[in-house]
Design a protein around this ligand. Structure first.
Ligand SMILES: Cc1cc2nc3c(=O)[nH]c(=O)nc-3n(C[C@H](O)[C@H](O)[C@H](O)COP(=O)(O)OP(=O)(O)OC[C@H]3O[C@@H](n4cnc5c(N)ncnc54)[C@H](O)[C@@H]3O)c2cc1C
Length: 506
């Protein structure tokens, strides 16, 4: 019997495991379906995208997306100690202050930016992000083009200063990935009151009468159970926390009945409100400039062992944030410059990725079956809202224009995908629907909100509405998606709830 059982050792789970086990009298069990991430080398920043499809990735797929011509979109999710922070692109972005103020305005007092700022400071202190030290010539050309185009420039994107073009901070230390597990779990790993079990797939919550009693899990071909003394904290991420709730009979009655799951509590919002940033990457052939392809020479790789050189960049080190139109409170478009090409496009080149930060489309996560080992059904509904298409269209045009501005224009040979000089909006939209993919940021499927919001799954302390002894604390509780990457906001949420739990304990 443990005081707290944390399900999922991802970005949020690592923070909570550290903070709750800091009290030596509190016993904490951390259950993770994947293995210890250290068994595979995740440390090389440049290789992050090659981890997709590996044993560290759940390798989920979306269902056919109507807004993307019926395409199925891969949905990578990290598996192992560190969760998605093991395989992510390491970009350290807080989101805009307005994102947190919006959460508070939606009926969640205490989640405004002024209140969340201390948690940002703590996360920053723990993760110690830095600018990527290895800069490639084509990245400099991109930033100069942005300046020449008249956009505001920033030295670096720090809290609140998220407008214009500049350099991103990254979770890269001494040239290597610094995951949530490195920062939060490693220092706690030898505490005698923290038990970490890997290879444990949690299936559902256990009840005794109407009270949460523990979890049922699958390990080594056997179904087992473990009891809890105080609370279960679900940190399985935006795709799997709702799946565990649904398999426990907590969700929309109709959906549960369809799968023959006995309904414990009708919670219509479980799995709903899925939001992700749709991303369009425009690839170009380049000439006469250093790109990462140009540095694929073995000799240039060797400095990695001393924390330097091309392998130490995440290849997403520069970019920007802009508003798609007038009258917006904050930027709704993000640009990420990629100083090389994916393997499917051999040769020299670069890419400009555009993400829509405040999509109006809402999707859902549902059950595919009642087998807990089956993936959930993920339906992000990308670009189903016409307003999303309109704004992404503006972003894609800006990205393409930037490749035609000095000095980047000197190095731009041609787009690799079909883009014509006389493209009208319809032609651009056709291209966008062909190219759009995930920005890797699913959130919102167990959203936080007051009890009178019927779609809210958890309250302002992340406790599941109407139940005792169970919280959800991960990216799924975000009522709306932040204007930026989601790793830091997820850790901020976990820091905040850890404090609440410890305060409740007295
Ligand atoms: C390829 C990729 C690139 C990304 N790039 C960036 C980036 O550069 N910057 C950024 O800010 N964000 C990035 N993100 C997003 C960021 O990593 C996530 O938003 C963040 O990790 C979410 O944290 P979480 O705790 O909600 O979930 P996760 O970190 O995904 O953790 C969930 C954990 O729960 C475990 N789990 C799931 N189900 C079960 C179960 N049934 N039983 C036991 N364990 C279970 C999983 O194995 C996993 O370890 C990226 C994500 C991906 C996938």
């Amino acid at each position: 019997m443990y005081d707290y059982i944390i399900v999922g050792a991802g970005a949020a789970g690592c923070v909570l495991a550290n903070r709750l086990s800091a009290r030596s009298k509190t016993s904490v069990l951390l259950l993770e379906a994947g293995e210890d991430g250290e068994k595979r080398d995740v440390s090389v920043p440049l290789a992050w995208s090659t981890l997709q499809g590996s044993e560290l990735d759940w390798q989920f797929d979306s269902d056919a997306q109507m807004g993307l011509n019926g395409r199925v979109v891969p949905q990578p999710r990290g598996k192992g100690l560190g969760g998605s922070s093991l395989i992510n692109a390491m970009m350290f972005v807080m989101g805009h202050p307005a994102d947190f103020d919006r959460w508070a305005a939606l009926g969640n007092p205490g989640w405004d930016f002024a209140s969340m700022r201390p948690h940002y400071e703590t996360v920053r202190e723990m993760m110690r992000p830095a600018l990527v030290s290895h800069q490639v010539a084509v990245e400099k050309a991109f930033l100069e083009a942005a300046a020449n185009a008249g956009y505001p420039m920033q030295d670096r994107f720090e809290e609140g200063k998220q407008e214009g073009f500049g350099r991103y901070l990254a979770n890269i230390r001494k040239g290597k990935r610094y995951s949530a597990a490195e920062a939060y779990l490693k220092p706690a790993i030898y505490r005698s009151n923290l038990t970490i079990r890997t290879g444990v797939h949690v299936m559902n919550l256990l009840f005794k009468d109407d009270r949460i009693a523990g979890v049922r899990y699958f390990k080594d071909d056997e179904v087992r159970e473990v009891k809890v003394n105080k609370e279960i904290i679900l940190c399985a991420g935006a795709c799997q926390s709702p799946q565990i709730l649904l398999l426990s009979g907590l969700g929309p009655t109709e959906h549960l009945r369809r799968f023959g799951v006995p309904v414990r509590r009708h919670l219509p919002g479980v799995g709903e409100n899925l939001q992700d940033h749709p991303l369009v990457l425009l690839p170009y052939r380049s000439k006469n400039v250093d790109t990462l392809i140009a540095s694929r020479d073995l000799k240039k790789m060797l400095p990695f062992f001393f924390g330097r050189g091309p392998l130490t960049t995440n290849a997403t080190a520069v970019g920007g944030f802009l508003r798609s139109g007038e009258g917006l409170t904050a930027p709704d478009l993000q640009f990420v410059f990629v100083p090389g090409l994916r393997p499917e496009w051999p040769g020299e080149g670069f890419g400009v990725a555009v993400e829509l930060l405040t999509p109006d489309s809402r999707g859902r996560v549902m059950l595919k079956s009642t087998d807990a080992l089956d993936p959930p059904r993920i339906s992000p509904c990308y670009l189903e809202a016409p307003s999303d298409v309109e704004r992404l269209l503006r972003g894609v045009k800006i990205a393409h224009q930037l490749t035609q501005v000095e000095p980047l224009s000197r190095h731009t040979v041609e787009p690799i995908v079909e883009i014509q000089d006389d493209f009208d909006d319809d032609a651009w939209v056709t291209l966008i629907r062909q190219l759009a993919e995930t920005g890797y940021h699913p959130v919102g499927t167990c959203k936080m909100g007051p009890a009178d919001d019927l779609q809210a799954v958890v309250d302002g302390q992340c406790r599941v509405h109407g139940l005792e002894r169970v919280r959800v604390v991960d990216a799924s509780i975000m009522p709306t998606i932040p204007r930026g990457n989601t790793h830091v906001p997820t850790m901020m949420i976990a820091e905040r709830v850890a404090k609440m739990v410890l305060e409740d304990e007295g």
